[in-house]
Design a binder for this molecule. Structure first.
Ligand SMILES: [Zn+2]
Length: 827
C-alpha cells in the first residue's frame, strides 16, 4: 500500500514539474504548416489540462465513428477550483434551476470546426487555448472560456486524412491541383452527411444531442461558431445580416456590433480585410449563432476565407496566396478578441442575460397540441433535448389561433400537450412553435418556416391566455401476451408503426395491410392497418412468441381477433388485405447525388426505420445489377450522366418488370418531360424576362437579386390535399402541411395517381413565397405514383426526409416502400 502511494506521489511531482508546451513544441511543427489529426488535437488539450491549473478537459461523448467529443473549461485557478458554483450561479440567475448564488463571471463558449473541411479553426483552437493560459490570465479572472476544439471530428478527419494523403510537398498553391479538389462527399458534414450547423434545434444527430446536454448545464453569455467560406472572401464577423428574428433584444444587437468593432481594431492594425452585416442572418433556429442567441447568448458566426479548397496554401483569384498560417492567425485573433470583450463587459453581459429569461410579455402564452400519442411523444422527446418544460391539459375548449384553419378557432384541450412561454426558455418556445416568424427581409440564408405543429402533423392552438397544465402523463407500457388468435390488427399512424413493421419483416413474420377500412368485434380500423394472420405464419413454430416480443419492444398494442370473419364485408382473407413483400432496396450515392439528401435517407434507414439497404455508387451503377432489387431509392441529385440512353432503357425495362423507383425532391426533375414517366413541369405563364410587370421597365443591375425574389420559395409551408384511398396516404387524413423548399412545380399526372396535390390556388400558411413562384404552384402534384408496366415511379416532389426534421412527412416514404404497388413476391 505504502509503495503505491509513493509511486502516486512520484507521478504527481513529475506531472507538476513538466512544462506546458506550446502547440508547436508539442506537435513538432508550427501550427498552420500541417493539418493535425483529431486524435492529436485531443492529446494536446489533455497535455494543456495536465500542465495548467487553469484548464479542465472533459470527454462529453463519442461520434458515430467513435471519436471523442470534448470540451475544455479555461479560467483562473481560483475560478477553476470553484467552477461548479460559478456554473450553477449562472443557471440560477436565469431561473432554469432554483437557488441563488453570485453570478459574476462572464461565460464565453468557442465552438470550432462544426464543418469538417473548414479546418483552420481546430488548429486555431490550440493556439487560442495556449494564448489564454500563458498571456491573457487577467481576462480569466472574471471570465470562463469553454472551448470545444472540434464539434465534428468525423468530418474533420475525413478532410484532414484525405488532404494529408494527396497533398504535394511542398504544397502546391495552384487551384487545379488535386489537393484543392475534395472528392464526394467532402469533409463538411458528419458521418451521416448531416450539416451539423443546421441541426441545433432538431438535434437529430449524436453530436448535437450530446453537445446540447453540456450546453444546457452551462448556458453561456457568448457563443461563437467558427467557419470558413470561399477562398476569395477575406473574413466575416458580427454584426450579422438582416433578417434578425424579432425576439433578438436591442442589447444582443448592439453588443454584436461592439464585438465586431473590437475585431476590426485588430484587423485594421494588421491590414487584414473583412466584411460584416451582408450575408449571414439570424432567423432559422438551427444554427450555431441563432440557437445560442435564442437561448440568451450573443451568438455569432465567424467566417475565414478557405474551407475545403484552400489546403495549406492556395492562390486566390485576387492574386495573393492564402495560407493556413494566415487563416489560423485570423481565427485566433477573433477568438481572443471575443474573450476580451466578454471580460471587459462581464457585468453588463450578466445583467442583460438575466433579463432575457423573463418572458411574461410574449403574445402567445401557451401552445396546445393534440394528436396521435406517437406524435405527441415525438414532440416531447424534442422538448426534452432542449430541457423545455411542458405538461398536459385537463381543460375543455381552448381558443386561439388554430393552425389547421390558419385563423382564430378552438380545440378541445382535454389531454393535450401544453408548452407555455412563461418559462426561462420561453423565447425558444416562441421561435419553435409560433405559426409564422416575422420576416423583415425575404432574402435569407435558409428556410423561413419550421413551425413544430405543422412539422409534426398535430392539431394546435396558440393561446393568448396561459393554459394550465399538469405533470407528465405516465407512459403506458404495452404487454402483449396474445396467443392463438386468427389474426392480429394494428392501426397505421406513425413512424413507430413503420419501425415495428420493419422489424417484423426482418424476422420473417408475414404481414398484410388493408386497403379497405376494417371492423372486428365492433372496433374500427382505418385503411393501412396491418394484419398478421395465423394462416400466413402457420409454418413458423415461434410465430406467437416472436410477434409478442416484437410488439412489446415497439410498445404496440395488437388487437387479437378470434375470427377472420369481419363485421363488414372485408374479412382478413379479403383480396383488399394485401401481402407486404419485404422490399429489397438499393439506394444511389456518390457523384451527382446530393450528399445531404443521401445522408438523410441513409440515416432514416439505419437509425429510424432500421431496415437494410444496399448502397450503390453512381460510378458502379448498372441496370443489370438492379435485377437483385425491387426498389431503387434516388435521393435528390443530378442524374443526367447516370441516365444515359442505354441506362434509361434498362431502367424502364426493370420498372416494367415490377421494379419501383422512389425519387426524392429534385430527383424527380430527372424524369420530367421524359417519355414514359408521365411527369411534366408546370411552366410559369410568362417567362421571366427581367422586366418589371407593373412599370414595364428593365431591372437595373443593382436590383437584379432583389427582383428575382418573386420567383423564390425560401422554405415555406403549404396546405396539400391528399387522396386518402391511395396506399401512399395511409395513416394521414385528407390534408397535409408540406415544407416546400423551392419553386419546382409539376402538372397533375395524367396516367397515374396524384396522391398529394395543390388543387386550385396554392395556400401557404407560413414562410416566404414570391408571388410568381406561388402562382406557378396552382394545380400541381406534390406526391404521386406513375405506373409503368408492372412497376411504378413514385415522385416525392417535396423531400419528406429533409434534415430529418419534418417528422410528419416520413410516413409517406415508409408507405412508398412497403405499401405502394408491393404485393408481388417475385418480379
Ligand atoms: Zn461553415
Amino acid at each position: 500500500m505504502l509503495k503505491k502511494i509513493s509511486l502516486l506521489l512520484l507521478l504527481i511531482s513529475i506531472t507538476a514539474t513538466a512544462q506546458l508546451q506550446s502547440p508547436a513544441e508539442f506537435l513538432g511543427y508550427e501550427v498552420g504548416t500541417q493539418f493535425t489529426r483529431h486524435a492529436t488535437v485531443v492529446d494536446y488539450f489533455e497535455h494543456v489540462a495536465k500542465n495548467s491549473k487553469m484548464v479542465t478537459f472533459t470527454e462529453y461523448g463519442k461520434t458515430n465513428e467513435r471519436r471523442p467529443l470534448t470540451y475544455a473549461v479555461v479560467s483562473s485557478p481560483s475560478n477553476i477550483s470553484n467552477i461548479d458554483n460559478i456554473r450553477t450561479a449562472n443557471l440560477a440567475s436565469t431561473g432554469i434551476i432554483e437557488g441563488s448564488g453570485n453570478a459574476d463571471k462572464a461565460i464565453v463558449w468557442l465552438s470550432y470546426n462544426v464543418h469538417g473541411n473548414e479546418a483552420s479553426s481546430t488548429e486555431a483552437a490550440m493556439t487560442t487555448i495556449y494564448e489564454l493560459v500563458t498571456k491573457r490570465q487577467s481576462w480569466l479572472e472574471n471570465t470562463v472560456v469553454i472551448i470545444d476544439p472540434c464539434v465534428n471530428p468525423d468530418g474533420r478527419d475525413r478532410y484532414a486524412n484525405w488532404y494529408n494523403q494527396v497533398k504535394s510537398t511542398p504544397f502546391n498553391a495552384n487551384q487545379v491541383a488535386a489537393e484543392h479538389n475534395e472528392p464526394w462527399p467532402g469533409g463538411r458534414p458528419n458521418h451521416y452527411l448531416f450539416d451539423l450547423n443546421r441541426d441545433w434545434a432538431w438535434a437529430t444527430q449524436v453530436e448535437t444531442q450530446q453537445r446540447l446536454k453540456v450546453y444546457n448545464t452551462w448556458m453561456p453569455h457568448i457563443h461563437v461558431d467558427f467557419h470558413e467560406q470561399g477562398i476569395n472572401e477575406p473574413y466575416y464577423f458580427a454584426p450579422a445580416a438582416e433578417p434578425f428574428h424579432e425576439i433578438i433584444t436591442p442589447f444582443q444587437r448592439s453588443f454584436q456590433t461592439e464585438i465586431g468593432k473590437n475585431h476590426a481594431r485588430y484587423f485594421d492594425k494588421e491590414g487584414w480585410l473583412f466584411f460584416t452585416r451582408e450575408r449571414f442572418d439570424l432567423l432559422y433556429p438551427s444554427y450555431g449563432d441563432t440557437y445560442p442567441t435564442f437561448m440568451g447568448a450573443i451568438g455569432m458566426t465567424y467566417e475565414q476565407a478557405g474551407h475545403g479548397r484552400a489546403g495549406l496554401g492556395i492562390n486566390t483569384d485576387e492574386g495573393y496566396e492564402l495560407t493556413l498560417v494566415d487563416r489560423v492567425a485570423h481565427h485566433t485573433t477573433t477568438g481572443l478578441s471575443t474573450v476580451e470583450m466578454g471580460s471587459k463587459n462581464a457585468s453588463q453581459l450578466i445583467s442583460e442575460f438575466k433579463k432575457f429569461f423573463k418572458n411574461d410579455n410574449l403574445k402567445y402564452k401557451s401552445y396546445v397540441l393534440k394528436g396521435h400519442p406517437d406524435k405527441i411523444a415525438a414532440v416531447s422527446q424534442l422538448l426534452d433535448k432542449h430541457e423545455i418544460k411542458y405538461g398536459y391539459s385537463s381543460n375543455g375548449n381552448i381558443n386561439g389561433y388554430n393552425y389547421n384553419e390558419a385563423k382564430k378557432g378552438s380545440l378541445n384541450g382535454a389531454g393535450a400537450l401544453v408548452v407555455s412561454t412563461n418559462q426561462p426558455k420561453g423565447k425558444m418556445v416562441k421561435v419553435l412553435f409560433e405559426p409564422e416568424a416575422v420576416l423583415t427581409e425575404p432574402l435569407t440564408y435558409d428556410i423561413t418556416a419550421w413551425s413544430i405543429p405543422y412539422a409534426y402533423g398535430l392539431d394546435a392552438i396558440a393561446s393568448e391566455n396561459s393554459v394550465q397544465a399538469n405533470g407528465k402523463t405516465p407512459v403506458t407500457i404495452i404487454n402483449n401476451t396474445n396467443v392463438n388468435a386468427a389474426g392480429y390488427i394494428l392501426e397505421w399512424n406513425s413512424m413507430a408503426d413503420a419501425a415495428f413493421l420493419s422489424d417484423l419483416l426482418q424476422n420473417n413474420i408475414n404481414v398484410r395491410f388493408s386497403e379497405k377500412a376494417l371492423r372486428f368485434a365492433g372496433k374500427d380500423f382505418d385503411r393501412g392497418s396491418l394484419v398478421i394472420t395465423k394462416s400466413d405464419n402457420r409454418t413458423n413454430p415461434d410465430f406467437n412468441t416472436t410477434l409478442n416480443q416484437i410488439a412489446n419492444k415497439h410498445n404496440r398494442s395488437l388487437f387479437a381477433s378470434s375470427t377472420s370473419f369481419g363485421d363488414t364485408r372485408t374479412d382478413l382473407g379479403s383480396p383488399d388485405v394485401k401481402m407486404i413483400n419485404a422490399p429489397k432496396i438499393a439506394m444511389l450515392r456518390g457523384n451527382g447525388v446530393s450528399s445531404l439528401s443521401y445522408g438523410a435517407t441513409w440515416h432514416f434507414f439505419e437509425t429510424q426505420l432500421k431496415y437494410p439497404v444496399t448502397h450503390i455508387d453512381t460510378d458502379n451503377f448498372n441496370t443489370k445489377t438492379l435485377a437483385q432489387f425491387n426498389v431503387l431509392v434516388m435521393p435528390e441529385g443530378w442524374y443526367n450522366k447516370l441516365l444515359s440512353e442505354s441506362n434509361m432503357t434498362g431502367l424502364k425495362q426493370w420498372i416494367r418488370n415490377g421494379g419501383k423507383v422512389i425519387a426524392l425532391g429534385r430527383a424527380s426533375a430527372n424524369f420530367a418531360d421524359k417519355d414514359g414517366f408521365g411527369l411534366k413541369k408546370n411552366k410559369a405563364d410568362d417567362a421571366d424576362n427581367n422586366e418589371d410587370e407593373t412599370t414595364g421597365n428593365l431591372t437595373p443591375y443593382d436590383q437584379r437579386e432583389r427582383s428575382n425574389v418573386k420567383n423564390l420559395i425560401t422554405g415555406s409551408i403549404y396546405k396539400v390535399k391528399l387522396d386518402p384511398s391511395h396506399p401512399m396516404a395511409f395513416g394521414y387524413g385528407d390534408t397535409y402541411y408540406s415544407l416546400k423548399q423551392g419553386a419546382a412545380s409539376y402538372k397533375f399526372l395524367d396516367n397515374g395517381y396524384n396522391v398529394g396535390y395543390i388543387d386550385g390556388d396554392a395556400i401557404s400558411v407560413s414562410g416566404f413565397s414570391g408571388d410568381d413562384a406561388k402562382m406557378k404552384l396552382k394545380n400541381s402534384m406534390i406526391f404521386g405514383e406513375a405506373r409503368m408496366g408492372a412497376g411504378s415511379v413514385v415522385y416525392l416532389v417535396d423531400d419528406v426526409l429533409f434534415r430529418s426534421f419534418w417528422e410528419n412527412g416520413k410516413l409517406f416514404f415508409a408507405n412508398a416502400l412497403f405499401f405502394v404497388n408491393n404485393n408481388k413476391f417475385t418480379l
